[in-house]
Write a new protein. Structure first.
Length: 129
């Protein structure tokens, strides 16, 4: 059972699908930025933001499991997109994984490029278990 708390800061507008603050005791887990690579290192969903986002979340899910964590333990997600037009697809996929009533804190940034030109999105995660 998660012991995370989601305090609502006074004077700050509500987040759209994210929490401004998440706190909790436990072991810190940092997951490196994941991109849409399959187990063989091939890009999944070339040119397709939703397909790439699905692969990224699958990779994050595998990393969380390897650390003994679940999505309920995630306190922060950082999104790096080459085009912020991919945010609607990202939010759709994200909402299949996170508790939408108490979502993690998050940051979304548009970047010029990622580590290779066919990667459209990279997401890193932090969890407390």
């Amino acid at each position: 059972m998660s012991k995370l708390e989601y305090p609502r800061p006074e004077g700050v507008a509500p987040g759209n699908g994210y929490s401004h603050v998440v706190t909790g005791p436990g072991q810190w887990v940092a997951i490196a930025g994941q991109v849409a690579l399959d187990a063989e290192g091939n890009i999944v969903g070339e040119g397709d933001a939703e397909a790439q986002t699905r692969q990224v979340f699958a990779n994050l899910d595998a990393a969380l499991k390897a650390a003994g964590a679940t999505w309920a333990n995630v306190v922060k997600l950082n999104y790096y997109l080459t085009d912020l037009g991919g945010l609607p697809a990202l939010r759709t996929v994200r909402d299949e994984y996170v508790d939408t009533a108490n979502p993690p804190a998050s940051t979304a940034v548009q970047v010029v490029a990622l580590f290779r030109p066919d990667a459209l999105i990279e997401i890193e995660a932090y969890a407390v278990i």
